[in-house]
Design a protein around this ligand. Structure first.
Ligand SMILES: [Zn+2]
Length: 415
């Protein structure tokens, strides 16, 4: 580059020198032509001197011109022209060199650079455009894919939401059912507890006989009663069985024995020409002496509505009850002499008599047992009559007497 600057300097000075040599008259112009300002006296004086010198110089120049004309050289011998020529010869290759090797390459290079830049920008723009398009396409694709995915996800979400709702509802219903179940169970438990408590309370208040008589009766295949408070005492003296259609009647009695056991022993005894199927004690305990398919001897000579010999048709049920009582010195006594409280006695007229008498009441346990027996036996046999011994042998027999609610039993247990 240093060489280039030297060349440029040379060229510059040669150009300046050429111009300077060609413009001498400019410097000889009068001051008045250059300045329009009013002049001072000193200036005027100086101008006058300059003008004088100029006119003298003009005279000299004229003389010189005349002399030059006389001694005129051809143009190619002119010193200035030779100088200009030489300067031109030097300048042209320099200029050529400058333009060709320096300016042009620089220009071209700049142009190229610019073109490259433009091209680069264009390409970049193109690339950017493509990239944008690609991105747009990609975005569109992505959008469509994303939309599809989103729709799928949404559908799945909907399904899941529905499932969730269903499960939730099921769970709620299940819980409600469980809660309801628990509530009912609690209620039932509470009820059961109350019932158990009531039962316990009732049981606590009940006597043993009451507990026994509250228990249901069962009849086994041998026509023998089963259950708590029931005993079976075998009575071999009776062996004859009922005919196929019988028994069809129930007959109630009382036995004025001292207790259930003494009555049973008496009935069971071989020498006693009497027997009964079942005895009911004052406390509700029972002793069965004969199976219900076996004929007992409880009715004796008996007639009722044209039928006689009721032993062959009927089951005999006997209560431990003293029957009719006599009142003496304010006390109620049985024919055996046993005394009873007034609360145990009722004054009633027997249906076969005309005057009221005192009768020993049946206990609640006995009535309950009688009801249980009627229930059981009317189911087991086709019972058509429920009677008292007094109905079969009026005048001879008073049992079970007016203290026993026979009519109620007939009403309840006969179809
Ligand atoms: Zn009797």
């Amino acid at each position: 580059m240093a060489g280039l600057y030297k060349l440029l300097c040379c060229y510059y000075f040669s150009i300046v020198w050429l111009i300077r040599s060609q413009l001498p008259k400019y410097y000889n112009k009068p001051m008045s032509e250059k300045h329009d300002k009013p002049r001072t006296f000193e200036e005027e004086k100086l101008q006058a001197e300059i003008d004088l010198l100029k006119s003298e110089k003009a005279k000299i120049d004229t003389e010189q011109a005349r002399l030059d004309k006389e001694n005129k050289l051809p143009w190619y011998k002119s010193e200035r022209m030779i100088q200009a020529f030489i300067a031109g010869i030097v300048a042209v290759p320099l200029l050529w060199f400058f333009f060709k090797d320096v300016a042009m390459p620089i220009y071209q290079r700049e142009n190229l650079k610019l073109a490259y830049d433009v091209e680069k920008v264009r390409i970049e723009n193109e690339k950017q455009k493509i990239r944008i398009d690609s991105i747009q396409i990609l975005m569109l694709e992505k959008d469509s894919i994303a939309r599809v995915q989103l729709e799928n996800a949404w559908d799945q979400l909907k399904v899941k939401e529905q499932e969730y709702e269903k499960n939730r509802n099921d769970l709620i219903q299940q819980n409600q059912r469980i809660i309801e179940g628990l509530r009912l169970k609690n209620q039932n438990d509470h009820k059961q507890e109350e019932e158990i408590k009531n039962l316990k309370d009732n049981i606590a208040q009940l006597s043993v006989s009451e507990i026994i008589t509250n228990l249901p009766l069962k009849l086994n295949a041998a026509f023998i009663l089963e259950g708590d408070g029931i005993e079976y005492w075998e009575t071999p003296k009776n062996t004859k069985l009922f005919a196929a259609a019988y028994p069809d009647a129930l007959v109630f009695h009382y036995d004025s024995g001292e207790s259930l056991e003494t009555s049973a022993k008496y009935q069971q005894a071989d020498k006693t020409m009497a027997s009964v199927h079942v005895l009911i004690g004052r406390d509700g305990r029972m002793i069965q002496l004969l199976p219900f398919n076996t004929i007992a001897w409880h009715a004796g000579k008996s007639d009722y509505k044209g039928r006689s010999g009721y032993n062959n048709f009927s089951i005999g049920i006997e209560f431990v009850n003293a029957g009719a009582l006599t009142k003496k010195d304010g006390k109620f006594r049985s024919w055996m002499g046993k005394a009873y409280e007034a609360s145990e006695v009722v004054e009633l007229t027997h249906k076969n008599e005309s005057q009221p008498r005192y009768w020993l009441k049946y206990t609640d346990e006995q009535i309950k047992r009688a009801e249980q027996l009627c229930q059981l036996l009317t189911q087991k046999f086709s019972i058509k009559e429920i009677l008292g011994h007094e109905d079969l042998a009026p005048g001879r027999k008073q049992d079970p007497g007016p203290a026993f609610p026979l009519a109620r039993f007939q009403e309840r247990y006969l179809k």
